[in-house]
Design a protein around this ligand. Structure first.
Ligand code: TMP
Length: 203
C-alpha cells in the first residue's frame, strides 16, 4: 500500500485558510481520494478537550506550547500516521508550523525549545505540502471581526501579535521552500481555488 499524502494549511487568524481547507477536502474527494479532514489543536476526542482549554483559559506560554504538542502527539499517533499508512490523504487545518509561528513568533518562546518538542513528537513526520495563506494583518483582522462575534483567546490578541506571527510564517516559508507554498490570501476565493488546483496536481 503506497503511503498517503499529508497537507497542512496555515496562516494568521482571518487569512481565510479554513474556507480553503474545506474546498480542498471536497476537491480531493471529487477526484476519488480517501481524505481525512482534520485540525489542530484537536482532531481526537482528547485533542478537542485540550483545544477548548487552549482557546479559553489564560496560561503560561510554556504550558500553552506543551499542551499544543500534547494534543499533536495524540493526533499523530491515533489519526495521522494510521491514515497515511492506509494510503489516505490527510488534510490538516494547522500543524506544527502554527506552534513556531504563534508560540515562537507571537509569544516569543525560544525556537530551540519548540524544535526539541517537534523532534520528540513528530520524529521524521513532516507534511508533504504546507500552504501558508498570507495577508496583511489589517485585512485579516477586518475579515475576522466580520466573521466572529465571540473571539477566542488568540483572536483577541492585538495587531502587533499577529504581525509577529505573520513574520514567523514568512520566515518558515523562506526556510522551507521545498515543502511550503505561500499563497496570496488577498485574492478572491475563486482565484485561490485555481492556484490550489494547480499546486495539488503536482503532488
Ligand atoms: P484555528 O483558528 O485555526 O481554529 O486555530 C485555533 C488557534 O490556535 C489559532 O488562533 C492559532 C492557535 N494555535 C497555536 O497557537 N499553536 C498551534 O500549534 C496551533 C495548532 C494553533
Amino acid at each position: 500500500m503506497p503511503r498517503g499524502r499529508f497537507i497542512s494549511f496555515e496562516g494568521i487568524d482571518g487569512a481565510g485558510k479554513s474556507t480553503q481547507h474545506a474546498w480542498m477536502v471536497d476537491h480531493l474527494r471529487r477526484q476519488g481520494r480517501v481524505v481525512v479532514a482534520t485540525r489542530e489543536p484537536g482532531g481526537t476526542p482528547l485533542g478537542e478537550k485540550l483545544r477548548a482549554l487552549l482557546l479559553a483559559e489564560p496560561m503560561h506560554l510554556e504550558t500553552e506550547a506543551l499542551l499544543m504538542f500534547a494534543a499533536r502527539r495524540e493526533h499523530v499517533a491515533l489519526v495521522i500516521e494510521p491514515a497515511l499508512a492506509r494510503g489516505e490523504w490527510v488534510v490538516c487545518d494547522r500543524f506544527v508550523d502554527a506552534s513556531f509561528a504563534y508560540q515562537g513568533g507571537g509569544r516569543g518562546l525560544d525556537w530551540s525549545k519548540l524544535e526539541t518538542l517537534a523532534n520528540w513528537v513528530l520524529g521524521d513526520l513532516q507534511p508533504d505540502l504546507t500552504l501558508i495563506f498570507d495577508a496583511p494583518v489589517a485585512i485579516a483582522q477586518q475579515r475576522l471581526h466580520a466573521a466572529t462575534s465571540q473571539p477566542d483567546r488568540f483572536e483577541q490578541e492585538q495587531s502587533e501579535f499577529f504581525e509577529r506571527v505573520r513574520a514567523a510564517y514568512l520566515r518558515i516559508a523562506q526556510e522551507n521552500s521545498a515543502r511550503v507554498r505561500l499563497i496570496d490570501a488577498t485574492q478572491s476565493p475563486n482565484d485561490i481555488n485555481k492556484v490550489l488546483e494547480t499546486i495539488i496536481a503536482t503532488l
